[in-house]
Design a binder for this molecule. Structure first.
Ligand SMILES: CC[C@H](C(=O)O)C(=O)SCCNC(=O)CCNC(=O)[C@H](O)C(C)(C)COP(=O)(O)OP(=O)(O)OC[C@H]1O[C@@H](n2cnc3c(N)ncnc32)[C@H](O)[C@@H]1OP(=O)(O)O
Length: 300
């Protein structure tokens, strides 16, 4: 049994770290002999995956309330993600990283399925082992960067979220579900395991034994179990779920200036007192702080 060396992507909140230029290594044992894949350049992976067509991922930034809508749209194939959609997802997150006036982002899907994972045409085209490794590199990078945005992120889950789709439900700060939400980590049943960051995120959210059980059984979690696991932050109606989710998110951020929303999010992501005081120093004595001090606010 040989060893593949992978660059660890642990960062920020203890889940993911920066992709490139980070030197710690993780070793993973596989059944493949004499394979040692180089860490791929994300731009090279994008070039390859862009050719694998189907569906679209779109981004709409609402400047009036600072809430963006990131939409998965491949309805006829149950919102499975083609290679091109993975690239669009990654690029949308790069755009959001530059959105200085944004406060939040909703990740949602058209139709009656949240996401049925990898588009099988794309999966087949990438089915040689290194293909999966490269797709995983792109999707983990996207998920890591989405988690690390200073925006408050919410997944609006309606219908089934399977395989990679289940993984995407965990990459946001909050989850809003409809009564028909279903999450299935079906990867083991497909002869694989998570590759879009979901294994680590599931363990972080529900704990080690429950994550193992959910992934080994590949069972589809219905709303009651999703709630019992503490994964649901609110329930929305299937019709009008986007508006309701937008209002839900807006109610948390509308009273705060962008600088404070970003500072709070960065603080929750931070992993040291040092980082906290850097973030704190960025808002202390700023316009919002001085304005609030002048108001002599009482919290009773
Ligand atoms: C790390 C990620 C990993 C990966 O592979 O990259 C994974 O995501 S593993 C999980 C991969 N996903 C699946 O295995 C899901 C397979 N699909 C289903 O189980 C069902 O289609 C389901 C439950 C999503 C919906 O079932 P339903 O009976 O309601 O509808 P249909 O099966 O008739 O689906 C309609 C239409 O969509 C096509 N479809 C569904 N999922 C996929 C997919 N992932 N890729 C490609 N196409 C998909 C299905 O074939 C039908 O197409 P049609 O042309 O109408 O026959």
């Amino acid at each position: 049994m040989n060893v593949i060396k992978l660059v660890s992507r642990l960062r920020g909140d203890g889940v993911f770290r920066a992709t490139r230029g980070f030197s710690s290594e993780t070793t993973i044992k596989t059944n493949y002999e004499n394979i040692s894949w180089p860490e791929p350049e994300i731009e090279d992976v994008k070039k390859q995956l862009r050719e694998l067509e189907g569906g679209r991922v779109t981004l709409y930034k609402d400047e009036t309330n600072g809430i963006a809508q990131l939409c998965i749209d491949h309805v006829e194939k149950k919102n499975s993600l083609s290679g091109k959609m993975m690239v669009e997802f990654h690029e949308a997150i790069s755009t959001l990283e530059k959105w200085e006036t944004g406060k939040g982002v909703l990740l949602f899907s058209k139709g009656d399925t949240f996401c049925s994972g990898g588009y099988l045409e794309t999966v087949k085209a990438l089915s040689a082992p290194e293909g999966g490794f490269r797709m995983s590199a792109l999707m983990q990078d996207a998920v890591m960067r989405l988690r690390n945005l200073p925006l408050i992120s919410v997944a609006v889950i309606h219908g089934q979220a399977l395989g990679g789709g289940a993984e995407l439900t965990l990459c946001t700060d909050f989850r809003l579900c409809t009564p028909k939400s279903e999450i299935g980590f079906v990867q083991a049943r497909m002869g694989i395991t998570t590759g879009w960051g979901g294994g680590l995120l599931l363990k972080k959210l529900v704990g080690h034994p429950k994550a193992l059980d959910i992934m080994l059984t590949s069972r589809r979690l219905k709303l009651d179990e999703i709630k019992a696991l503490g994964l649901v932050d609110g329930i929305v109606n299937p019709d009008g779920r986007l508006n309701e989710s937008s209002q839900w998110l807006n109610s948390k951020v509308e009273h705060l200036p962008v600088s404070v929303v970003h500072a709070v999010k960065k603080n929750v992501l931070s992993s040291s007192f040092y980082e906290e005081r850097q973030i704190f120093g960025g808002v202390w004595g700023g316009p919002s702080h001085l304005e609030k001090l002048a108001q002599n606010i009482k919290h009773n």
